[in-house]
Design a binder for this molecule. Structure first.
Ligand SMILES: Nc1ncnc2c1ncn2[C@@H]1O[C@H](COP(=O)(O)OP(=O)(O)OP(=O)(O)O)[C@@H](O)[C@H]1O
Length: 283
């Protein structure tokens, strides 16, 4: 069966996902501090905007003003899309306090009230007719109360997938932690992409691995990743081989490289989410 996919257009990511993310998936972007989660999530949104797919960014960790600035840091100008009503920031950071917050259109007053958050998010998605959503970070919603984590994820997932969107949920873990954000969360999401930063011999190495992605084949290798002034690039045709304290970047097999290339070419031929009619479930 052909699965409708959302292309991330992040160099190398669609290749290791064999064409992109299955539509309406909720993907956990998990990793320790400084691993590139926020950058990858913003790149996913901006790449959609450039191709006519509207987006919503839910800011839980940074002031909306700082969010807009960090898009600009990579030359991703979101202001025109915001003016045209194709991009929205949901302010779930300030609680509506402060002069800058007064200018925000979408504000969550009780930041830990997931029902208020999902109502504001639903309104933003509908008003901009969004196809892509980022929540940065979902961990903030249940850091002090892990018992509510699964319920929180499921509530947001129902709204987002129900409205035909595909989402990246940023999940923060600590350095050296093996999990992705807790069992309730890991099983509730459709996909997990893990970003890592490891020190070997006095040098930090960035890498990315797709841990799970429902409804698609994906690479099972750990791929080297770079952050440049233009954003993230994944070396999709190479993998990171660690033996003891020795790290090597090695080429993938020719067969796998060819299969990934073909999958992306196939995905490129299919209609994009703006060309497809998305069925929206109304509550
Ligand atoms: N222009 C750039 N060129 C290269 N690397 C950059 C550039 N800008 C930022 N970085 C790297 O990106 C890192 C921050 O990435 P990002 O904000 O996505 O991290 P994160 O995984 O969301 O971390 P946290 O959970 O701590 O917020 C910085 O620590 C830096 O190493």
């Amino acid at each position: 069966m052909v699965v409708p996919r959302v292309r991330t257009y992040i160099p190398g990511l669609d290749e290791i996902l064999y064409g992109g993310i299955p539509e309406r998936s909720i993907v956990l972007l998990s990793g320790g501090p400084g691993t590139g989660k926020s950058i990858m999530a913003k790149q996913f949104l901006y790449n959609g905007l450039k191709r006519g797919e509207a987006g919503v960014f839910v800011a839980l960790e940074e002031h909306p003003v700082a969010v807009r600035r960090s898009f600009r840091h990579f030359g991703w100008d979101i202001s025109q899309y915001e003016r045209e009503g194709k991009f929205a920031v949901v302010d779930a950071f300030t609680g509506g306090v402060g002069a800058a917050a007064q200018r925000e259109r979408y504000v969550v007053k009780q930041v830990d009230d997931v029902h208020e958050l999902s109502d504001v998010l639903r309104q933003a998605i509908k008003e901009v007719d969004a196809r892509r959503v980022v929540i940065d970070s979902v961990s903030t919603l249940y850091l002090t109360k892990p018992a509510v984590a699964r319920g929180t994820i499921m509530t947001l997932k129902r709204v987002i997938a129900g409205l035909g969107c595909t989402a990246f949920f940023v999940s923060q873990i600590s350095v050296g932690e093996r999990g992705f954000g807790g069992p309730g969360v890991e099983h509730a999401v459709d996909g997990i992409i893990r970003l890592d930063l490891d020190e070997f011999d006095g040098r930090l190495y960035r890498s990315v691995i797709v841990w799970k992605m429902r409804d698609t084949k994906h690479s099972m290798m750990r791929h080297p990743m770079e952050i440049k002034d233009t954003g993230i690039e994944i070396l999709w045709d190479k993998f990171l081989k660690v033996s003891g304290s020795v790290v090597r970047v090695e080429p993938l097999s020719k067969e796998e490289v060819e299969a990934m290339k073909r999958a992306v070419e196939e995905a490129e031929k299919r209609p994009s989410p703006v060309q497809r009619k998305i069925e929206v479930e109304e509550e």
